[in-house]
Design a protein around this ligand. Structure first.
Ligand code: FAD
Ligand code: DLZ
Ligand code: SF4
Length: 518
């Protein structure tokens, strides 16, 4: 008898751990365990989503005649760790071997590598074939390269998969990348269509009650839970995106707007990351929409680039660079994460919007993560370990393989530039250009310093001054550094003093512009 282990983010019928399964003898183990719910104190919606997806998936396997040993979180005897449950099940079923699929996080791989010794049984860890680029393929691509630029990786992936290609070396439309056409702000008279919601079914309602009981202190609320928890629902979510939002996804990919949490985004990462939706299926569906003339190329290419390019690239990078990657702190950032990241209580309208929707929906789109909360953390010099923890906690789609490169590398530049050739640092002007948040903000985006000045402004120049020597030779930083050298030294000194005063005040929970601030 072979014990086949399926983790919470492996709810995929074609999972490599299930290949060759003999329904007459083999048993699939799926275990809800406290250790996985609390290694970071995940958003309540993330736990509910994963446990509900696991329960639904176990029923699907059973309906196919497969024996599933499903351990619920509150089952008596649950040892509350993956290793403990594997050992218990192996003994109970008299297993001869254990088969599993490569996990998404380094700490789980290390754990899995100890299962052989813990159980005395051979453990086979199979590749995770749900990704479009194998880890070996990525390693081969990275070998000998000085710079690991996503764009070049993406082009190889386009060639290899034939996605959006006219001929072997000819991208559809003649261009590889339409990023420059993805930068419009949302016009005042354009209301994005409301995405399809997936209200909790009976299984999810049970799980939400369990989460509220067992993890009452975790971040976030569950009232607005609307995630797909089955492959069927994930397919409907994709179809809803392709029909109603994909055509404008390209134009407004970088836009932000007050009261518009989702704009034209796909909302599929949470489902895709736990195995409910196949990434190639999502890319092909978008390509077909373009071929039918239902969506323009800039939208479809932008979408395919995110999945075939960025998603595969960050995974490859994670496994190439771990475990040392997460310990780097190239910009020597040591400030503690201010409480406002948890409370959302701030007079900064852009931060309040991003954090508020994160609490209510376990979702913020890419530009909010990168250019609002991420940018603030970068400029303020917040400790990467604390910021990484925050991003791991607060999003329904957070798994370290994708969260870490995006946060540590792209948003914080803590890897010293492996992922991005320059830091994504921006002043309030960027946020003002891409959103309408500044109009209703207590701060003045046009003021660089002085009472009511937008914090992103003085923090930006403080960041530039702080790191000027490091970036002096980086051609992509030449423009802001030149502007800095042209500024009167007193002005720079005033902004730096203001930045320090503001951050010290935040650390003490008293933001100057926030009435009754903590
Ligand atoms: P869309 O904007 O509609 O994009 C479509 C799909 O492309 C996404 O579903 C996702 O699978 C993929 N994608 C887009 N951008 C990226 C990217 N940079 N890296 C990997 N895949 C991408 N994504 C996660 O899945 N989990 C995370 O924990 C996560 N943490 C992030 C942290 C930071 C600081 C930043 C800047 C980005 C992070 N991202 C993460 C990437 C991105 O923000 C989310 O994938 C996206 O917002 C998910 O929403 P969506 O499905 O509506 O995506
Ligand atoms: C995220 C998560 C949660 C909240 N709970 C479980 C669980 O109870 N059992 C399980 O097998 N997996 C869970 N997961 C997903 C794992 O954390 C995930 O498999 C690892 O982080 C590796 O990607
Ligand atoms: Fe954000 Fe500054 Fe604009 Fe306020 S003024 S919304 S703090 S960028």
């Amino acid at each position: 008898m072979i014990l086949r282990v399926v983790l919470g983010d492996q709810c995929t019928p074609g999972l490599s751990a299930l290949e060759g399964l003999d329904p007459a003898s083999d048993v699939v183990l799926m275990a809800e365990v406290r250790a996985e719910c609390t290694y970071v104190r995940h958003h309540k919606q993330k736990i509910a989503l994963v446990l509900s997806a696991m329960r639904h998936f176990s029923e699907l396997l059973r309906a196919r005649g497969i024996t599933v040993d499903y351990v619920r979180l509150d089952d008596p005897g649950n040892t509350q760790s993956l290793a403990g449950e594997v050992a218990r099940a192996a003994k109970a079923h008299g297993a001869r071997r254990i088969i599993c699929t490569h996990p998404g996080e380094f700490r789980v791989l290390e754990d899995m590598q100890g299962w052989e010794e813990a159980t005395g049984l051979p453990v086979e860890i199979r590749d995770d074939a749900r990704f479009l680029c194998t880890l070996d393929r990525f390693r081969a691509w990275a070998a000998g390269r000085k710079q690991l630029r996503m764009e070049y990786f993406y082009r190889e992936m386009r060639r290899e998969t034939g996605l959006l290609m006219h001929a072997p070396d000819e991208p559809a439309g003649g261009q590889w990348n339409y990023d420059s056409e993805n930068r419009a702000a949302l016009p005042a008279d354009l209301r994005p269509p409301a995405p399809r919601q997936f209200p909790p079914d009976a299984v999810t309602r049970d799980v939400i009650a369990l989460v509220e009981r067992e993890f009452p202190d975790h971040f976030g609320t569950t009232e607005k839970f609307a995630w797909p928890v089955t492959a069927e629902a994930a397919e409907q979510a994709l179809a809803d995106f392709i029909a109603h939002r994909l055509p404008r996804f390209g134009d407004y990919q970088d836009a932000m707007a007050e009261g518009e949490a989702m704009l034209f985004h796909a909302l599929i990462s949470a489902a895709m990351n736990c195995g409910l939706l196949d990434p190639m299926r999502a890319c092909r569906a978008a390509e077909e929409a373009w071929q039918r003339g239902d969506a323009p190329l800039n939208a479809v290419e932008g979408f395919v680039r995110q999945i075939l390019g960025w998603r595969e690239y960050v995974r490859g990078l994670y496994w190439l660079k771990m475990p040392d990657y997460r310990d780097t702190n190239a910009l020597e950032a040591h400030r503690k994460l201010p409480w406002l990241y948890w409370s959302g209580e701030t007079a900064m309208a852009c931060m309040r919007a991003a954090i508020g929707q994160t609490r209510d929906l376990a979702y913020a789109h890419h530009i909010q993560r990168l250019m609002v909360t991420g940018n603030f953390a970068l400029l303020a010099g917040l400790d990467p370990a604390e910021v990484n923890d925050w991003y791991m906690v607060v999003y329904a789609d957070a798994y370290e393989w994708v969260e870490l490169p995006n946060t540590h590398g792209m948003a914080l530049h803590a890897d010293g530039g492996i992922m991005a050739s320059k830091p994504y640092a921006a002043s309030g002007a960027y946020i003002n250009r891409m959103s309408n948040h500044c109009r209703g903000c207590a701060y003045d985006v046009k003021r660089p310093t002085g009472p009511g000045a937008c914090p992103f402004n003085f923090l930006y120049w403080d960041f530039m001054a702080r790191h000027a020597p490091r970036f002096a030779k980086n051609p992509r930083m030449a423009m802001p550094l030149r502007t800095l050298t042209k500024m009167a030294p007193e002005k720079v000194a005033a902004m730096r003093a203001e930045a320090k005063g503001f951050l010290d005040a935040l650390a003490e929970g008293r933001e100057p512009m926030l009435r009754g601030g903590r």
